[in-house]
Design a protein around this ligand. Structure first.
Ligand code: PMP
Length: 350
């Protein structure tokens, strides 16, 4: 029997993540880290006892929170942890964007922002980047119900300086400003320090990129104690046990291995700069990416053609069929060997 039950369904168009192909491919499409996580992560996860797994996890992630706070130079009450920064951002949208004014974010940015706005019924307005994909701070000085900026922005890779971030936060004392720093470790200065002076600033980061732990799903946010309390109250109204024990333990081990973190992120930055030069030699024009990916416009063939031809050769990059960016590829920085394989393929294709 089919009645009219669909009248009450919340219908949404979901976010589409990059493909996760199986098999022997060169995967440069979802900005994962090409290096394994610190070997200390596996050791710590292996050492977790059955007795601990039998129990519910620590709801407030005490140890991980304390280490994050210590490393960032903030109090534990200024740290929030979630299941990847997607979860943190989603909770932050739900918590902080609750007025009739539109939330502002760039027209070219992380394509999950408008999806969260729609699923939670939040009004939003996109702000156009300039022709060079730059954000202009004064565009965010108008009345609004909140602001979200990815810094560096994705998929452009372009970084705003701390003064520019501060000018946006300072100009908007009546809104919460979220700075999404998923890629900050690859060349930017974090805005975490500004949270001491601005109650309305939430800085979001992740273990998925610079800590090579996309599979464990750990994200975090830093902010004023009051801001974090509001965020936690909403989170605990949805789910008490979001962070599983293995992620808490593995994340802590990754965080403590600072030497490994410094070594791998320096290598990614080195290969990024090498890759910029190589792509330029191949006729691409590039933004000045401060992230672990490149945003590259080919000449000779269209980005769409190259995307498909590379995929046919087992090399996955990202391409969006959207008017503002359809002439570009977003290419995750892999190992030097992976990048050389990409350049060899591009040389043949072009
Ligand atoms: N923000 C930006 C700008 C991203 O590109 C991503 C990765 N897709 C995320 C947040 C979410 O990453 P995660 O949930 O793995 O922390």
């Amino acid at each position: 029997m089919s009645g009219n039950w669909e009248r009450g369904v919340r219908r949404v168009v979901p976010y589409t993540p990059g493909e996760q192909p199986s098999g022997d491919v060169i995967k440069l499409n979802t900005n994962e880290n090409p290096y394994p996580p610190s070997p200390k992560v596996k050791a710590a996860v292996d050492a977790v006892s059955d007795g601990r797994l039998r129990l519910y996890p620590d709801t407030v992630c005490r140890e991980l929170t304390a280490e994050l706070a210590a490393q960032a130079g903030v109090e534990p009450e200024q740290v929030f942890i979630g299941v990847g920064s997607d979860d943190v951002l989603s909770m932050a949208f739900l918590t902080f964007f609750n007025t009739d004014e539109p939330v502002l974010f760039p027209n070219v940015t992380y394509s999950f922002y408008d999806v969260w706005a729609k699923v939670y019924g939040i009004k939003y307005k996109t702000v156009a980047l300039d022709k060079e994909f730059r954000i202009h701070t004064q565009d965010y000085f108008e009345k609004n119900g909140g602001i979200v900026i990815a810094n560096p922005n994705a998929p452009t890779g372009i970084l705003l300086g701390l003064e520019e971030i501060e000018s946006i936060v300072a100009a908007n004392p009546d809104s919460v400003v979220i700075i999404d720093e998923a890629y900050i470790d690859f060349g930017g200065k974090s805005a975490v320090g500004l949270t001491a002076r601005y109650e309305n600033l939430l800085v979001v980061q992740t273990f998925s990129k610079s800590r090579s732990l996309a599979g464990l799903r750990i994200g975090m946010a830093y902010g004023d104690k009051k801001l974090i309390k509001y965020l936690s109250d909403v989170r605990f109204s949805v789910n008490s046990y979001t962070m599983n024990t293995l992620s808490q333990v593995g994340g802590l081990a990754a965080l403590r291995d600072r030497e490994y973190f410094e070594k791998t992120r320096a290598e990614i930055i080195r290969v990024r700069e090498y890759s910029k030069a190589k792509l330029e030699e191949l006729g691409f024009s590039l933004t000045d990416s401060a992230a672990n990916f490149l945003f590259a416009k080919p000449s000779g063939k269209t980005a769409g053609e190259l995307f498909s031809a590379l995929k046919a050769r087992g090399i996955y990059v990202r391409w969006w069929d959207k008017p503002e960016i359809s002439d570009r590829l977003r290419i995750t920085v892999g190992t030097k060997e992976q990048m050389d394989a990409l350049f060899a393929a591009l040389k043949e294709l072009l």
